[in-house]
Design a binder for this molecule. Structure first.
Ligand code: SF4
Length: 400
């Protein structure tokens, strides 16, 4: 049954018939998704997406205490949208040793992280043993640390390096400590768009094949869509259709993360990032159409924390994590900070009228910060106590 306020909004909306479908639990099709994208009634869209989200997640909204590590920005490809990759001749290229990665992980463990999120370019010369080696070294550092690593595109590169079938490559990486695949590399699946923004990159079908295989091996992953460049709204719907299809088949996606395009330092002829309106409608349509996904993440690095907070009433139930050292979006001009604190994430969620939940890599609750718990955590933070939230905040303050 729709809430009275929702009905009031929808009675006057061109989305009335779709509201009835959502209300009755009927599945939206691609024509519906395109209509939702094209609607100018963001309030009605938000009301519907919020309804769909609250049916799945109630008032809970999650975040993760994590750290990013980019092991290298050297890459054999030159995707036109990418501002991150470098060639060996470039002065600002880098690659980390396993020891350097362990050092970063050790520092971050002291901040209370539960996850390392590790991706890099398609490195021209590092051997497969390098990747297996750093996974093992990081697992040895702390077996509880969840390692979410590599895009599907990197996995194909590693299989090529290892001269092994993708399945065997995934198994070997899993043995070394890999627990989840990241969702990067999806961009937009439609071939015509892909060749304009990421010429030479593996196809959408190949991306999906890697995730399918990983799911069949019992693994979980997230998935993404890079939007707001040269694609059409129909291209977005096509992309979501393929993700929903694979999820129907495997159930292996834990969450979907729409990524707003960042326009600086790359070769795409788009001058501005997606507007706030576009970010919110993309979150909302994703929530409504991807009905077999439990979680939609509003990625604060791309949206800004303020927009991610608003997205919590537009269908999102997660705002990602502390991150600590982000490069990829910032080299493309993202204006958000490179990290945030657990305190800021909790505050943003609370202020949006949701119950903050610290989650792990698989979106499972680590702790629920309901009213009394929030008060206690905030007090601990203010008093410099030793709650994990406080640990993150203390160190961040010390580092300026
Ligand atoms: S998007 Fe990834 S694969 Fe493409 S150039 Fe950048 S780092 Fe390389």
């Amino acid at each position: 049954m729709l809430l009275v306020t929702t009905s009031f909004l929808l009675d006057r909306s061109d989305l009335r018939d779709l509201a009835a479908k959502v209300d009755s639990g009927e599945r939206l099709d691609e024509v519906d998704a395109l209509r939702l994208f094209e609607s100018k009634d963001l309030n009605a869209l938000a009301a519907l997406a919020d309804l769909a989200n609250q049916r799945k997640n109630g008032l809970r909204a999650s975040y993760i205490v994590n750290r990013y590590i980019n092991y290298s920005n050297y890459c054999i490809l030159s995707c036109q949208f990418c501002s991150f990759s470098r060639k060996k001749r470039d002065a600002d290229g880098f690659e980390l040793t396993a020891e350097q990665m362990v050092g970063k992980a050790r520092e971050a463990l002291a901040l209370g992280i539960t996850e390392l999120h590790i991706v890099g370019g398609l490195h021209p010369s590092l051997p497969f043993s390098y990747y297996v080696g750093f996974l093992k070294a990081l697992k040895t550092l702390d077996p509880r640390l969840q390692l979410k690593c590599f895009t599907a595109i990197e996995i194909l590169h590693l299989a090529w390096l290892a001269r092994k079938p993708v399945r065997d490559t995934l198994l070997e990486l899993k043995d070394a400590g890999l627990e989840a695949l990241t969702g990067g590399g999806a961009e937009i699946f439609r071939k015509e768009v892909r060749s304009r923004i990421a010429k030479g990159k593996e196809s959408g079908a190949e991306y999906l094949d890697v995730h399918r295989l990983w799911h069949q091996l019992g693994g979980k992953s997230t998935c993404t869509m890079l939007y707001g460049h040269v694609e059409s709204l129909a291209d977005r719907v096509d992309h979501l259709r393929q993700l929903r299809g694979l999820q129907e088949e495997t159930g292996g996606f834990t969450g979907f993360i729409p990524l707003p395009f960042q326009p600086e330092n790359n070769d795409i002829p788009v001058r501005t990032p997606p507007t706030g309106y576009d970010m919110l409608r993309t979150i909302a349509v994703s929530r409504l159409y991807l009905d077999n996904f439990d979680h939609i993440t509003a990625y604060w690095v791309g949206m800004g924390l303020r927009m991610a907070q608003v997205a919590l009433s537009h269908g999102a139930d997660d705002i990602h994590g502390t991150i600590i050292e982000e490069h990829i979006f910032h080299m493309a001009g993202a204006k958000s900070p490179q990290m945030t604190t657990e305190k800021e994430l909790v505050k943003a969620i609370r202020e949006a009228g949701r119950i903050p939940v610290q989650r792990d890599t698989f979106y499972r609750p680590v702790r629920v910060l309901d009213e009394p718990a929030v008060s206690a955590a905030v007090s601990a933070l203010e008093a410099g106590g030793d709650a994990s939230a406080a640990r993150v905040q203390d160190t961040v303050s010390a580092g300026g």
